[in-house]
Write a protein that binds this ligand. Sequence first.
Ligand code: KG4
Ligand code: ZN
Length: 362
Amino acid sequence: MTNKKDIIILAVESSCDETSAALVKNGREVLSNIISSQINIHKRYGGVVPEIASRKHIEVIDTVIKEALDSASKSLDDIDSVAVTCGPGLVGALLVGLSTAKALSFAIDKPLIGVHHIEGHIAANYIENPKWEPPFICLVVSGGHTNIVIAHSYDKYEVIGSTRDDAAGEAFDKTARALNLSYPGGPQIEKLAYDGNPNVIAFPRVMIDSDDFDFSFSGLKSAVLNYINKCKMKETPFNRADVAASLQQAITDVLCHKAIKACKKYSLKKLAMAGGVCANSFLRRSMEDLCLKNGIELNVPKPVLCTDNAAMIGSAAYYRMLNGDFSSLSLNAFPSLRLGENIPNDFKANDIRNTLTLHTNN
Ligand code: KG4
Ligand code: ZN
């Protein structure tokens, strides 16, 4: 009888301003998840500076990988495969993780698996809840993406809605700047909003009633600026906490409305959330309430699994691996890779078969 042995994946993520490495067992169990954030460096520029991000990734990536191995009490001999985010993201930042992962894969003679960053965010749900399985609807809200996705299976993700302009995370970040809050704006707005009244200012809920699952958030920054400027012109004092709370409410209303609508339209009673904005506790609570009312099962990863991390990449890679979906050492970085699009790859079928035999024990 052939028993499947445990599969341990070493995963690397460097698509934006977090350098992360993780060891993930059988796609669901996190043995280690080391995250080195560059936020304090980019803060002084009001956003991520791509060139600085690449340099900082280079400085720490070896240490981060070593820490991931050490804190899991594993060595490179225990690794069955090396996974890495190959897009979308900042090209220079992606290339640091990619080159490192390719070198490791070559050195330890274990297969490489290129992973789509958003597929990773969605897979954070598999780590959070060991019983969570497709099909489900997933609301993906990060700094660069706002999507509603149908997860048909572990390897088939269909995007049914996207933002026409800014992502929800960008709306948080840009409006935060208008309120003189530091980068990244989401957590700052959340903190300020605790003391505010969300019903004071009616910021626009653009496209909330549109027939599709698309979003538009680019008008929010102007709406906040207009509100502040009008108050200043009329010399009426305004409460910054009310602005933050009203803004958070506007963004939450649109995201919740469309996610629930998608569950109903596709008769899927399972909703997952993914991406940095889902770390927002007001959004999490609002979605929880709505799901309860509508008989929908909700799964939300804990905040550290919502923002960028390598564990989620290791989980997504596991399901690619089960599918024989490996990458060649000529894998490139794809800054605008779309979810559901095949990762360009020249891996040969025979190589895949050979690789697969590595992962079973007699
Ligand atoms: O997924 P992520 O870590 O990186 C990307 O792939 O973009 O998302 C980063 C975004 C930023 O826009 C940040 O402001 C937002 O997630 N974010 C939040 C919160 N924490 C992070 N937005 C609202 N509330 C939060 N607590
Ligand atoms: Zn991300």
